[in-house]
Design a protein around this ligand. Structure first.
Ligand code: NAD
Length: 260
């Protein structure tokens, strides 16, 4: 971790009062949830083209394949705990600095760390919930997991409905949630600091958000282990782990009076 870059980030955060944090899978790797693109990530083990919305909707076989993967990946999310990076963002909110988190993550860890639900905009949904596509009955994903582990291959809504149950995540090939996208763009444009944490910034349209913020005059800071395509537009790039960098920033801010 580059300590002068962290010190610079502290200065920028200290001078900001309407921060939007934009998080990706990298904020949760230190909670034990692998990201998609780092070596050993999910796409090293599964073919993304197979797990599309179209394949899920098209056939019972597509849904069976999807739930085979879901049965093995959900326990990873279920046992994960928020890490110091998630907690540091809660500290920024408590200090009156953070407007909201826009997240591509589906793991619910920002809320579990203590951010109120209305402060978290989920662009790709939430893996802890599911819903019947026919009658819209909500299901806890935990309950679906019990069915899968009891031998159900393709969960269906309780009788008499019998409709297709789908996790409340946005699958590849599925439309983005309109309300969340509009709200994310509005809040990005209204931010004074747009803070990217742990995102490769290659998944669109989510990756437009830093550009919207920058276009509207926000400072852009990126905390990520690897390079991103938006590094050239950033006012500050910090190479380091999300937990170490964010915790250092939150600790230093708490140790000194806020400038607002
Ligand atoms: P990504 O996998 O494309 O990129 C993650 C980035 O985080 C990489 O650039 C990597 O270098 C960086 N990184 C990894 N560990 C880090 C750490 N400890 N500190 C700082 N940086 C770190 O992830 P993405 O940009 O979020 O996009 C992939 C898609 O994957 C998203 O749409 C998201 O929905 C989904 N996803 C979510 C989860 C989750 O909910 N935890 C996990 C995997 C994938």
């Amino acid at each position: 971790m580059n300590s002068s870059a962290v010190e610079r980030l502290c200065e920028i955060v200290s001078a900001s009062s309407r921060i939007v944090a934009f998080t990706g899978a990298g904020v949760s790797t230190e909670s034990g949830i692998p990201d998609f693109r780092s070596p050993g990530g999910v796409w090293d083990r599964f073919d993304p083209n197979e797990f599309t919305f179209q394949n899920f909707m098209k056939s019972e076989a597509g849904r069976r394949r999807y739930w085979e993967l879901g049965r093995s990946t959900f326990p990873v999310i279920r046992r994960a705990e928020p890490n110091p990076g998630h907690h540091a963002l809660v500290t920024l909110w408590r200090l009156g600095k953070l407007d909201c988190v826009i997240t591509q993550n589906i793991d619910n860890l920002h809320q579990r760390a203590g951010l109120p639900g209305e402060r978290v905009i989920e662009l790709h949904g939430n893996a802890t919930r599911a819903r019947c596509l026919s009658c819209e009955r909500p299901y806890e994903r935990e309950r679906i997991q019990e069915w899968l582990e009891a031998g159900v291959a393709v969960p269906a809504c309780d009788p008499p409905c019998g409709g297709i149950i789908k996790p409340r995540t946005v699958m590849f090939g599925e439309a983005m949630p309109r309300v969340e996208m509009d709200e994310a763009e509005r809040r990005s444009r209204a931010s004074d600091l747009f803070l990217v944490v742990g995102s490769s910034l290659v998944v669109y349209p989510a990756a437009y958000m830093p550009l919207h913020a920058k276009d509207a005059g926000a400072t852009l800071a990126i905390v990520n282990l690897a390079e991103t395509p938006h590094d050239g537009q950033a006012d500050l790039v910090v190479r380091g782990t999300a937990a170490a960098v964010l915790a250092a920033v939150a600790d230093r801010l708490q140790a000194r009076p806020a400038s607002r």
